[in-house]
Design a protein around this ligand. Structure first.
Ligand code: ADP
Ligand code: ASP
Ligand code: MG
Length: 409
């Protein structure tokens, strides 16, 4: 008997009607003989609404209590879903993260899953029940509720699929697969039949929120195939799998946009050993993730250091960096939230030269200034002014012929 892990995102469970539709769909699979483990997100907009509530209470909410609050969104979804299934004459059981239990580390707001116990779920399945697991949440070693970071229900689903040895993890969402660019930004984006873990990792890290990055890391590590597909149609979506030979023929597989980063520059930093370590120490201690870092060549023993962080971390990072800047005798700290990062991703880049150059020319032709550049083996990212973000995606999509699958030719 097959065991299926399916995850339904926020828009898929955005109303009572939609939750009923999901219940009907899951019951169909159940009737076909599959054991069903269903991971649900909060109803669309609910997590944002909960965060807003917390900020109405206090400017900087306590991180432990914020996780207790945010995790309630998923609790609502699994309860309503289980009610819907039962009302249709089938049995279901809703489980919260701690009931499963999904054990995580203690980093509130971005906890990592460490272990999943499968005993309770298997017992429920043996009773012929459909199991609904609340996504996005877990419990640390002291029994505190944790959340996994925005979009974290994807990670819950893939981690469960790995722990339960499921054949596939199906991610149901509001688009019918992974596209060459966000179809809501680039109307000419094309749906991919398959994409490698590696490319998906880069696309996710570059801002393609269709899959949360840690879910892809998990899938790659435990070799769980992911099927990204639409909640609203029956069609096949996109398989995220290990790399195939064919994929290397394609130069660029996709363009991604990240609107969620901000840039911080420290001007005239003394160029000495240990300075970068001193600057980033408090940032690291605060659990803030730094993405791109660029340091200019020094002039008269002074240099500028620029880096990016996620927008929600911008103000707290500015505060920390201003303190260090004073301590080390840097001139000043500048911040800019009006930036966006566009990236091109493709495993074919490994074997082809000139990809970055093509990207720079395509942006230059539209008079889009590049503020920062970073590259990996299969990705090139450029930070640009935020106002050009959508234009940049469309221009790069066109420049690399992604619309017609001409990207490698
Ligand atoms: P869910 O609530 O189901 O988790 P998300 O909003 O997190 O859904 O992710 C789906 C969204 O991801 C789509 O609506 C789309 O706008 C966006 N997206 C960004 N990049 C891509 C891409 N390359 N392919 C498909 N969707 C993408
Ligand atoms: N509800 C959470 C969020 O909005 C988790 C998820 O949807 O995956 O980020
Ligand atoms: Mg999501």
């Amino acid at each position: 008997m097959s065991l299926l892990v399916q995850k339904y995102g926020g828009t898929s469970v955005g109303s009572i009607e939609k939750i009923r539709d999901v219940a009907e769909r899951v019951i169909e699979y159940h009737k076909d003989g599959s054991k069903m483990v269903v991971v649900l997100s909060a109803m669309s907009g609910q997590t944002d609404a909960l965060i807003k509530l917390a900020h109405e209470m206090i400017v900087v909410p306590d991180s432990r209590e914020l996780d207790v609050l945010m995790s309630t969104g998923e609790q609502v979804s699994v309860a309503l879903f289980a009610m819907a299934v039962k009302s249709m004459g089938y049995d279901a059981s809703s489980l919260l993260g701690f009931q499963v239990s999904i054990q995580t580390d203690h980093i509130y707001g971005k906890a990592r899953i460490q272990e999943i116990e499968t005993g309770r779920i298997l017992k429920e399945l043996e009773q012929n029940r459909i199991v609904a697991v609340a996504g996005f949440q877990g419990m640390d070693e002291h029994g505190n509720i944790t959340t996994l970071g925005r979009g974290g229900s994807d990670t819950t689903a893939v981690a469960l699929a790995a722990a339960l040895n499921a054949d596939v993890c199906e991610i149901f969402t509001d688009v019918d697969g992974v596209y060459t660019a966000d179809p809501n930004v680039c109307p000419k984006a094309r749906k991919l039949d398959a994409i490698s873990y590696e490319e998906m990792l880069e696309l996710s890290s570059a801002g393609a929120k269709v899959l949360e990055i840690r879910s892809v890391e998990f899938a790659k590590k435990f070799n769980v195939p992911i099927h990204v597909r639409s909640t609203f149609t029956k069609e096949r979506g996109t398989m995220v799998v290990a790399e195939t030979k064919d994929m290397e023929k394609v130069l660029v597989s996709g363009v991604a946009l990240n609107k969620n980063e901000a840039r911080i520059t420290i001007k005239k930093v003394p160029d000495q050993p240990g300075i970068a370590a001193q600057i980033f120490e408090p940032v690291f201690q605060a659990g803030i993730v730094v993405d791109m870092i660029v340091q200019n060549t020094s002039e008269e023993g002074l240099t500028d250091l620029t880096f990016t962080v996620l927008k929600p971390d911008f103000l707290s990072t500015m505060k920390l960096v201003r303190e260090v800047a004073k301590k080390i005798g840097a001139e000043k700290v500048l911040g800019d939230e009006n930036i966006a990062k566009v990236s091109i991703v493709g495993v074919g880049m490994r074997t082809h030269a000139g990809v970055a150059q093509k990207m720079f020319w395509a942006l230059a032709k539209e008079n889009i200034n590049i503020m920062m550049i970073s590259t990996s083996e299969i990705k090139v990212s450029c930070v640009i002014e935020e106002k050009y973000k959508e234009l940049a995606v469309r221009v790069l999509h066109e420049a690399f012929g992604l619309e017609n699958d001409q990207s490698g030719k």
